[in-house]
Write a new protein. Structure first.
Lengths: 138, 138
């Protein structure tokens, strides 16, 4: 089989292209694409548990834990005991991560526009629907 | 922005799903998805230079070098001096990697069929074309 017909190659290679560009642009704000995922959860839902972040971002628990460790060290998040459940952790934004929201969201919009620009509205819909479907086949 | 509209999230997450499945299936043959990429080059083109592999697979030179090191250690490839150019390296298959070709190709076909099964022929064409386009936007 031609490698360019292999779905693993197509996804790995296109993800690599987008990830490299996105990483470079987010570096201006001192964050990585994975950290953007976490910030997006917090900007959208407010204080949230690590397991909810894991569920939204479709990640392993160990990956989320590592991402949160680095973010806490960089003062991008805080972890506190949930006042309603002393055995649970709640993740919150910091002043630093609230301050970069508008700049980071502008980068995300621009990145999406750059990589989706070649496609018609119908093609974008089909692409997104296909990728959702694959994600949910896990 | 909803994270599920972010193209980096969609590609990373779908790639993660496919990669996990593919890795598990290829483990039966003692190879990884990256190593399959190299074997695909060798099965398709015969003896080939590391830079040609890099070009076909859209990888960094340092990544290819690391993948080839591990494959050589596992007796999946050989590296020899090119007889036509004493400064160049040529990568070749081994008996071990020739022996697993049919089995691995059956896994690749099955993996593609599994993840593309939900889509019509038109949707498959649009998905592949969109991913090619993104890869080439590098």
């Amino acid at each position: 089989m031609e490698i360019r017909n292999c779905i693993n190659f197509l996804l790995s290679s296109s993800q690599n292209t987008v990830f490299k560009y996105f990483s470079k642009r987010l570096a201006e704000y001192g964050i990585t694409p994975s950290q953007y995922g976490v910030l997006n959860c917090l900007w959208t839902y407010g204080d949230i548990s690590p397991s909810k972040i894991r569920e939204i971002l479709n990640l392993e628990a160990s990956s989320v834990s590592g991402i949160l460790d680095r973010m806490q060290k960089n003062e991008l998040i805080e972890r506190q005991i949930d006042q309603n459940n002393q055995r649970a952790i709640i993740v919150s934004l910091t002043e630093k991560s609230m301050a970069i929201k508008d700049g980071v969201e502008a980068v995300v919009s621009e990145m999406n526009e750059k990589f989706l620009e070649p496609f018609s509205d119908d093609e974008r819909k089909i692409l997104k629907k296909a990728l959702f479907t694959i994600i949910d086949m896990e």
